[in-house]
Design a protein around this ligand. Structure first.
Ligand SMILES: CC(C)(COP(=O)(O)OP(=O)(O)OC[C@H]1O[C@@H](n2cnc3c(N)ncnc32)[C@H](O)[C@@H]1OP(=O)(O)O)[C@@H](O)C(=O)NCCC(=O)NCCS
Length: 144
């Protein structure tokens, strides 16, 4: 089941999956987490939070219309490959269409590229390096 969740509910997974468990929970907070219009989604497998993603209004480059940035997309290792990430992102895209958003973009890790391409995202940048994390691309998907 997919739910809107609070930031404190997702910090443990953000840390475990995206920061190798190296940080304190508070250090996993993004400044964008509490921007007006920001929201956070969680996919629950039974009572367990299995997959998370965060969204906030943010345009990218020359694109016109209302843009949102996706951050912190993560599925707990034991729950990967079950389609939870795909369902969570599809839910977000339908919700954002209702919010009159025009597009969604993210800085995606190269190793997760296929996941986003499967969802209909397109690569819109050259490969770039995020220090301590690795190669990334900017990805974009049109919403309306
Ligand atoms: C990237 C990530 C979020 C994907 O989450 P997920 O819940 O495993 O995603 P899905 O299960 O929807 O899709 C993953 C793969 O399983 C496949 N899949 C989808 N539904 C499936 C199902 N029912 N059964 C088996 N496999 C399935 C997808 O085709 C996809 O294949 P791919 O390897 O070609 O991409 C997850 O792998 C993750 O957290 N990785 C580590 C952190 C990370 O890199 N995050 C992204 C930062 S940009």
């Amino acid at each position: 089941m997919i739910k809107f969740i609070a930031v404190d509910e997702l910090l443990a997974i953000r840390n475990e999956v995206l920061r190798e468990g190296k940080l304190a929970p508070d250090e996993c907070i993004f400044p964008s987490d509490s921007l007006p219009g920001a929201f956070h989604l969680g996919y629950y497998a039974g009572d367990e939070l299995a997959c998370i993603a965060s969204f906030h209004p943010q345009g990218y480059g020359e694109f016109t219309g209302a843009g949102y940035q996706l951050r912190g997309m993560a599925t707990v290792e034991a729950y990967r490959g079950k389609g939870y990430g795909n369902q969570l992102l599809n839910f977000a895209i339908v919700y954002l269409r209702g919010q009159k958003a025009n597009y969604l973009w993210c800085n995606a890790r190269k190793k997760a590229l296929q996941f986003y391409l499967n969802m209909g995202f397109e690569v819109i940048s050259a490969e770039f390096e995020v220090p301590d994390i690795g190669p990334h691309y900017v990805l974009y998907v049109k919403i309306r």
